[in-house]
Design a protein. Structure first.
Lengths: 87, 254
């Protein structure tokens, strides 16, 4: 199925793509057909800087369980960062 | 049939990326594949899948050309810009997908391009897989004159709550307008379209007295002819190819 499930958010940071490091401005999370992962559907996560062209993209294709694990780990890391007093 | 060419020849294709006048008069890219055998040949509009106008679809087009079809495969994502197929597809995905009207217009223009080519025998079919399967059915329903259509596991053919501004009407709503014989290829393990959704589509085709031929494969899911992925099921895929070639051979020959 082509789900067309896709959500986008602004981000501030940097990513390493095919041509090296670049500033990322947008993150997109979709659940649809992957290009490389061996699955009919996957979480498709892109970090982009669209004004630099289509190749300014860091791409991930993860299964749902990996997405859940990543989400949990991200949450735990953010909480730890907040508790550290650095944030 | 696959692997039934004469070793005496001729056999082969010429294929290249080129441009043509697509929907709205826009110049867009297309992959054109021509048989080297003497024509005229039946025409085929080949519609790529959601992951993009990619190398698989170039090879898909070349295979059809090797079997005697003059193929034009429009780049439905052309207006999004250019880069690697997955980078372009990612941009289109972020934008919500290509609009149905845009896809239909580009494919209607591709049919006109084929009919204007002296190498075409005057008959034109349309084929696609995944989103391209849905588009193929949509095109053959909304554009009069196609001689045959093949839908390979197109999802959201029936209304399933996925309608949105880019895809406002489910193709099944146009069933009464479909004036071309339809070939459907489906995997019984597919989650969309499920076998039950294929049943609903088949019932609608019967209700309107349409000519169709559906083939459903056990042990296969979505995209089972994609030999570059883990979805590939070789026996089912090769049987499906035989069905496609037989179907177009029947309906598009001079």
């Amino acid at each position: 199925m082509c789900t067309y499930i896709c959500n986008t958010t602004s981000v501030t940071g940097a990513g390493k793509g095919a041509d090296g490091w670049f500033r990322v401005t947008e993150a997109t999370v979709a659940f649809d057909h992957p290009t490389f992962a061996s699955a009919d559907h996957a979480l498709l996560i892109d970090f982009t800087r669209t004004e630099d062209g289509l190749s300014s993209r860091v791409a991930l294709e993860l299964d749902i369980e990996s997405g859940r694990a990543l989400l949990q780990t991200l949450g735990e890391t953010i909480r730890a960062a907040e508790l550290s007093g650095v944030v | 049939m696959w692997n039934s060419f004469s070793t005496a020849g001729p056999s082969g294709v010429t294929a290249e990326l080129t441009t043509y006048t697509g929907g709205g008069g826009d110049t867009i890219h297309a992959y054109i594949a021509r048989p080297v055998t003497a024509g005229p040949h039946p025409g085929l509009v080949v519609i790529h899948h959601l992951p993009g106008w990619d190398e698989f679809y170039q090879e898909f087009s070349e295979r059809l050309a090797k079997h005697g079809y003059l193929v034009v495969a429009p780049d439905l994502y052309c207006r999004a810009g250019h880069g690697t197929p997955d980078d372009v597809a990612a941009k289109v995905r972020t934008e919500g997908g290509v609009h149905d009207d845009s896809a239909v217009a580009d494919c209607e223009a591709a049919r006109a391009w084929l009919l204007s080519d002296p190498g075409c025998n005057g008959k034109v079919g349309v084929i696609g897989s995944c989103s391209g399967g849905r588009h193929a059915l949509l095109v053959a329903s909304r554009v009069p004159g196609f001689d045959a259509v093949a839908d390979l596991w197109g999802g959201s053919v029936i209304s399933d709550g996925q309608e949105n501004p880019a895809r406002p009407v489910a193709p099944i709503e146009y069933t009464a307008q479909l004036d071309a014989p339809l070939l459907g290829i489906f995997g019984n393990d597919d989650k969309h379209p499920t076998p039950e959704q294929v049943d609903l589509h088949e019932a609608e085709l019967q209700k309107h007295g349409k000519t169709y031929d559906f083939h459903r494969y056990d042990g296969a899911g979505h995209g089972f002819i994609y030999y570059h992925t883990g979805l590939y099921r070789p026996e089912q895929a090769m049987d499906a190819w035989s069905k496609v070639l037989s179907f177009f051979g029947k309906h598009l020959s001079s």
